[in-house]
Design a protein around this ligand. Sequence first.
Ligand SMILES: [Zn+2]
Length: 277
Amino acid sequence: MNTQNPKLRWPAPKSTGVSLTFDVDAEAGFLGESPTFARRLTSLSEGRFGVTRGVPRILELLRRHKIPATFFVPGYTAEQHPHLVEMLLREGHEIGHHGHMHLRSDKVSAEQQADEMYQGLEALARAGAPKPVGYRSSSWELTPETFELVLANGFIYDSSCMGDDRPYFETWNGASILELPVHWSLDDYPMFGWGIDNGGNFTAPRALFDSWLAEYESARRDGRHTSFTMHPEVIGRAARFEQLERFVERMVGDGDVWFARLDDVARQVAPQLELLK
Ligand SMILES: [Zn+2]
């Protein structure tokens, strides 16, 4: 494959692609880290904030600019918040698979990884979601066992790896899947995530606008596609959210950005990448 700089085409007249993606970890983000969070009501409430306040802010912004987005929803989140999936679907967004209890694949057995896959699929189906075609591993740690589960369950893309800054095929043990890559610098959590046990960062909200604008401008010059990753409980805090609003308004103002759900990006790029193989 020409890995130097494959020039991917976006639907004319758009010249670059951007996907806004949201991982609705909510309470599962804590419970997947440790079951001891089951009695830590304050932590659970911080996760819940993502659904009660973060998601409505996000949906209003996306509606205002007619931007379709991808939401990765752990099965447990769908169970705890029965109207979430329906609300996201009604607004035209994609629901992707993000485990069930948000267990990190590299920290649990192969059997537990399989449970994460199947319980997540079942919970999303019960909540009324179509069978997801996109997968994102919890905390972006993909293992060989989960990679095989993703392939076995007919997903058309993964969004957990960082092997390129444009769509590519992630390969393991002779098998491959279309990868719509991510990166820590394009994630709100390293900038703003903080926990009482391990600390973290309270970066000034303006840093989000500056660093993501730099990435976007570089991608636009290059005609690249970029995925930005956010967590409603993190980005949904009002002062940070205002910076996201500024960033989105800036990109919309340029007029040549194709804002797309990741499943639509996958369908756009897969045939082009096949030709480059
Ligand atoms: Zn997550």
